[in-house]
Design a protein around this ligand. Structure first.
Ligand SMILES: [Fe+2]
Ligand SMILES: [Fe+2]
Length: 173
């Protein structure tokens, strides 16, 4: 059985993951307005991943006999100054989420909730990847500055990304 404190905090994290999905979907729309379809595709995959994160927590709360309660999701920004500004925002956002995950782990330890702690380790590892992949794009965009040829190369590269839906046990259904 899950403690009230852990249940509440995990419900908060569902909201944070849904906000992440909303933010990246908004970024997708921004890239579509610039006709950067590779960047847009990358953002779509990122959105799907964040939805998967939310569902993973949703399933965990239920499996532990808790209750999921959904709250309003804040509206994301809709405009950025440049592709670089977008990816700097992605990087900053993922760093913030890492902080939230770390706080959740601290709470699970405080509450002696070993199941939640083990469950959250997946997210700890995931955040390492999330920060790294955002930072890699930031570095690339800094390198090419505003060169249109460079931008279209990065666009093509980011367009290679595909979202692989997880198995049901992984939070897929
Ligand atoms: Fe996430
Ligand atoms: Fe993320």
């Amino acid at each position: 059985m899950i403690s009230k404190k852990v249940e509440e905090a995990l419900n908060g994290q569902i909201n944070a993951e849904l906000y992440s999905a909303y933010l990246y979907l908004s970024m997708e729309s921004y890239f579509r307005s610039l006709n950067l379809s590779g960047f847009a595709k990358w953002m779509r995959a990122q959105t799907q991943e964040e939805m998967m994160h939310a569902m993973k927590i949703y399933n965990f709360i239920n499996a532990r006999g808790g209750r999921v309660t959904l709250k309003a999701v804040e509206g994301p920004p809709t405009k950025w100054e440049s592709p670089l500004a977008v990816f700097e925002a992605v990087y900053a956002h993922e760093q913030k989420v890492t902080g939230l995950i770390d706080e959740l782990v601290n709470l699970a330890i405080e509450e002696k909730d070993h199941a939640a702690n083990t469950f959250l380790q997946w997210f700890v590892n995931e955040q390492v990847e999330e920060e790294d992949s955002a930072d890699q794009v930031v570095q690339k965009l800094k390198m090419i500055k505003n060169d249109p040829d460079g931008l279209s190369l990065v666009d093509r590269e980011l367009g290679q990304r595909v979202f692989t839906p997880p198995a049901a046990a992984e939070g897929g259904a």
